[in-house]
Ligand binder design. Structure first.
Ligand SMILES: NC(=O)c1ccc[n+]([C@@H]2O[C@H](COP(=O)([O-])OP(=O)(O)OC[C@H]3O[C@@H](n4cnc5c(N)ncnc54)[C@H](O)[C@@H]3O)[C@@H](O)[C@H]2O)c1
Ligand SMILES: O=C(O)C(=O)C[C@]1(C(=O)O)C=C[C@@H](O)C=C1
Length: 367
């Protein structure tokens, strides 16, 4: 692929454009808000000048409800050899394109399973998709209609490879049911937990630790975008949420039983709570680890660091000098203190050596 157009230069479009530009593709940036295309260009994602002729691939990275009309418009203009979108839902946009009478052979619905709770070009990063699944949902051929062209599937595979993501082929409706479980319901549950904080007393909110930060991160996402995503996938999300509601009902009953003066009822309550917690453990074990690999069990080395510029770089450099690969990192900022607590996740066999090396460099290790 030598040339591409990215239409919609927000978080996903600009991240994609940064990755493509970084690997030598000439990228043209388009947004209905021209200042966003200019910002993306200033970040090094490409040029906001129009291409002189058709490009190899058009990447449509606009909100889900705008996908069909944007692809249709780009096809009418003869913008590219192939067209793909990156919206978080796949069944609806394709049906809308079919209703508009668009050419489905040059179109491929895709969805990178990577994102952030922030929108716009300034939130974009070139490595956003690295190691993440990128779902491709080619339209199957039927007796009367041809499916997505092989050339377009190949262009999409090249894009996924240039973004260092991992391609996953799926049926569009199966994709929508899967993301209802692993993305759309978690978004709503995160929002619901965070909503409890809106009116909470400051004395409680100031105690927020890493647990609630993990659970509520995506609650900061753009409501307008999520209304569009959920509007395009309401049934599958409602099905999962109603199963969660059953668990909530059972958990409330179990907690009420724990308040009882009757020892038998209390035992029943504890069993109910244990049931939901152990099923949660089992589900969590199924979440894949880095780069889609089986979940790894890392050991954590805890270090106190000063809350000042350069501390993280210094500790990473010291770990590197000790020959240790840091697999993951968590940082907790202590309220009201000029210090933070960092947990370096490493292979269990590397933990003792890292602990010793960091101690030698004067770091304060906490277990
Ligand atoms: N945010 C995520 O985590 C995430 C992850 C994967 C996929 N997606 C999907 O990617 C798409 C873009 O999401 P985002 O997070 O980058 O949103 P964003 O708000 O950061 O960017 C969307 C951009 O599209 C532009 N736009 C809107 N309508 C347009 C139109 N008709 N023509 C041209 N430009 C238009 C907006 O001005 C904006 O710059 C959505 O379909 C979303 O479902 C999002
Ligand atoms: O990690 C985040 O912040 C995301 O928004 C990512 C996430 C997800 O739920 O995994 C959200 C929606 C997208 O369609 C794809 C990815």
């Amino acid at each position: 692929m030598r040339t591409a157009v990215v239409i919609g230069t927000g978080l996903i479009g600009t991240s994609c454009a940064l990755a493509l530009s970084g690997r030598g593709v000439r990228v043209h940036l388009v947004d209905h808000d021209p200042s966003r295309a200019r910002t993306a260009a200033a970040l090094g994602a490409g040029t906001d000048e129009a291409p002189e002729g058709p490009v190899d691939l058009a990447v449509v990275a606009v909100p889900p409800a705008k996908v069909a009309e944007t692809v249709a418009d780009a096809q009418r203009r003869g913008t590219a050899r192939g067209y793909l979108d990156v919206a978080s839902v796949k069944g609806g946009p394709r049906r809308e394109l079919a209703d508009l009478g668009c050419d489905l052979t040059s179109y491929l619905g895709t969805h990178p399973m990577a994102g952030r709770e922030r929108s716009g070009p300034l939130a974009a990063t070139a490595d956003l998709f690295e190691g993440k699944p990128w779902v491709l949902t080619p339209t199957p051929a039927t007796a009367s209609t041809p499916g997505t062209d092989t050339e377009v599937v190949n262009l999409a595979l090249e894009l996924v490879s240039l973004c260092r993501a991992v391609p996953v082929l799926m049926d569009a409706d199966a994709h929508d049911r899967a993301v209802a479980l692993v993305s759309h319901t978690p978004q709503l549950l995160s929002s619901m937990v965070a909503a409890r904080l809106e009116e909470a007393d400051e004395s409680a909110v100031r105690l927020c630790g890493q647990g609630i930060r993990d659970v509520t991160r995506v609650a900061a996402s753009d409501p307008a975008m999520w209304i569009e995503i959920l509007s395009a996938n309401p049934g599958p999300v409602a099905d999962i949420l109603s199963a969660v509601a059953d668990d909530l009902d059972g958990t409330v009953r179990a907690l009420r039983a724990l308040e009882s003066a009757d020892a038998d009822k209390r035992r029943g309550g504890a069993t109910g709570i244990e049931d939901v917690l152990t099923r949660g453990n089992a589900g969590r074990r199924r979440v894949p680890g880095k780069h889609g690999a089986a979940p790894a069990v890392y050991e954590s080395v805890g270090v106190l660091i000063g809350d000042q510029p350069g501390e993280l770089a210094r500790i990473f450099a010291d770990a590197g000098r000790a020959g240790v690969n840091i697999e993951d990192v968590r940082i907790e900022h202590a309220t009201g203190q000029q210090a933070g607590f960092i947990q370096l996740m490493v292979e269990p066999s590397a933990a003792p050596g890292l602990t010793a090396a960091l101690r030698e460099q004067g770091w304060s290790i906490r277990q």
